[in-house]
Write a protein that binds this ligand. Structure first.
Ligand code: GDG
Length: 472
């Protein structure tokens, strides 16, 4: 019986070293939820890095055995590999380039070499698991070369690839010295998925201009096979968020928060620390709101959750400093004895508390400068049982293609953002409800399970067509 093999840089379980023992912690990420029912059924498997540097062969065997019991197969990476392949090429070259922050990108040959070598390592790990009839679904920018490596080894395999971040325009992609290699790597797939039509169009244009391959109606003819390219906007586990927000636990948290905030109205901002997320711009817009509309002083609080991420990298450390400084300055200028404008947290919250924040916020401020999709926007919508609340959403988040009932803004404009905040705070209940109901219907219908079914369904269909053609 054919199996489905999921491949991503990180496994959905993180192995942590505490003193002398190891602990296994499940990841809460959207991908882990969406694919949870897939990799745990039918003898399927998820291949990826467990987030741990193993000390010796015995430890490696122990971790492998533990993960095997939960349908996972680890790829062990060394510290130099993580430094050069992950922090280097993935996060300091591809991430900034694909998010249009090319001024932050470094182009280091040794990082590229490590990227190739680690993709090869993943390839060996997949080949050790995959039979000729199996379906292999590769995820994200850390593994762009893997589909073609797999294709070389298994010409008949069924290979899908999904990119979770934006695919940039041709003019940006061509800054990358290894642009052709990257495109060839992706084209090993039978099916390539993107969050939005725009990303797909950029990819097709890059393939045509840089590789000279014909691209017609979402299909690319390579020397060996046809590659189908399509749009699959990723969703969330709607019911999980709706239920978490409706739980007694969330209601209790909300009550505590409301008392602490003295019933001021709440604007919510939640992100990983990243320069793509527009966190500093958001703070300036909040400051502009307080300046321009003094009537909101002491009436509104901004709850800002920033989840630590990549803070060893220079740009991230600088951003953290900028945020600390802005928060300090704005709070110092506007606070009163009984009111603090910004409640700033530099740590993650457990899901129930996060749901309580979503539930109590009247406005969610989701204003990335670039974002593949942005799941926070969808989670906020899922948590609004009473259909009150306004989503302010950047036009440069993939989610804006679907959530057109949000207040869609250009995040570069402080003034526009401040006006959107004011509009959200004075929006009549009936309008909030109409907008929220429309967004809820969409986010509920196109959830993460629908996304998974759609992608794997289309991949199966493509393969079946290929097999029919081959035998005709
Ligand atoms: C990449 C792409 C694309 C955040 N704070 C807490 C917490 N979170 C969770 C959110 C959400 C997730 O983290 C963040 O997801 P995003 O989609 O917003 O952003 P990235 O991490 O950059 O993800 C992105 C995504 O892949 C999927 O394709 O949408 O564009 O960049 O789920 O809820 N979770 C908890 N506590 C927190 O404090 N428990």
């Amino acid at each position: 019986m054919s199996r489905t093999i999921i491949v991503s840089n990180r496994l959905p379980t993180k192995v942590l070293r505490t003193d002398d023992s190891l602990s296994f912690q499940p990841s809460e990420g959207g991908l882990a939820t969406g694919l949870g029912s897939i990799y745990r059924s039918n003898n399927n498997v998820w291949i990826g890095w467990p987030g741990l540097f193993v000390h010796d062969a015995a430890e490696e065997a122990y971790v492998t055995e533990q993960l095997r019991a939960d349908s996972m197969a680890p790829v062990f990476l060394t510290e130099p590999e993580i430094r050069d392949y992950y922090e280097g090429f993935s996060n300091a070259t591809l991430w900034p380039t694909f998010h249009y922050f090319h001024q932050f990108a470094t182009y280091v040959d040794a990082h590229w070499d490590a990227y190739v070598a680690v993709n090869e390592k993943f390839c060996r790990a997949v080949l050790a698991q995959a039979g000729p009839e199996d379906t292999i679904w590769v995820h994200d920018y850390q593994l762009l070369l893997l589909p073609e490596m797999l294709r070389q080894a298994r010409p008949e395999a069924s290979i899908g690839f999904f990119l979770h971040i934006p695919f940039p325009s041709y003019e940006i992609l061509r800054l990358l010295p290894w642009r052709q290699e990257v495109l060839h790597g992706m084209l090993g797939s039978d099916l390539i998925g993107f969050h939005t039509f725009g990303y797909m169009r950029h990819f097709l244009s890059a393939v045509s201009q840089l590789l000279g391959l014909p691209t017609q109606s979402g299909e690319i003819e390579t020397a060996s096979h046809t590659v189908r390219v399509d749009v699959f906007p990723m969703g969330i586990d709607y019911e999980r968020y709706a239920q978490a927000a409706a739980s007694d636990e969330a209601a209790q948290h909300e009550q505590v928060y409301r008392e602490a905030l003295r019933d001021t109205r709440v604007i919510l901002s939640i992100d990983r620390l990243d320069y793509t997320k527009g966190i500093a711009q958001r703070l300036r817009a909040f400051e502009c709101l307080l300046q321009r509309y003094p009537e909101w002083r002491e009436q509104v609080s901004l709850i800002m959750v920033v989840v630590p991420s990549r803070d060893q990298v220079a740009q991230y450390a600088a951003l953290k400093e900028e945020i600390d400084e802005l928060v300090g300055r704005i709070n110092a200028q506007y606070r009163t004895i009984t009111w603090n404008p910004i409640q700033y947290f530099y740590h993650a919250f457990p899901l129930e508390e996060l749901a309580a924040l979503y539930r109590m916020a009247e406005v969610a401020l989701v204003t990335p400068l670039r974002d593949g999709m942005n799941l926070v926007a969808k989670e906020f919508v899922a948590c609004k049982a009473d259909q009150h609340g306004v989503l302010i959403l950047s036009e440069r988040a993939g989610a804006a293609r679907e959530l057109s009932d949000a207040l869609v803004i250009n995040p570069t404009s402080t003034s526009q953002l401040a006006e959107a905040l004011h509009t959200a705070l004075v929006m009549p209940d009936a309008e909030q409800q109409t907008r929220m109901a429309a967004m809820q219907a969409l986010v509920r219908r196109y959830d993460v399970f629908d996304w998974t079914d759609n992608f794997l369904g289309q991949l199966a269909h493509i393969k079946a067509q290929q097999r029919t053609l081959a035998t005709a």
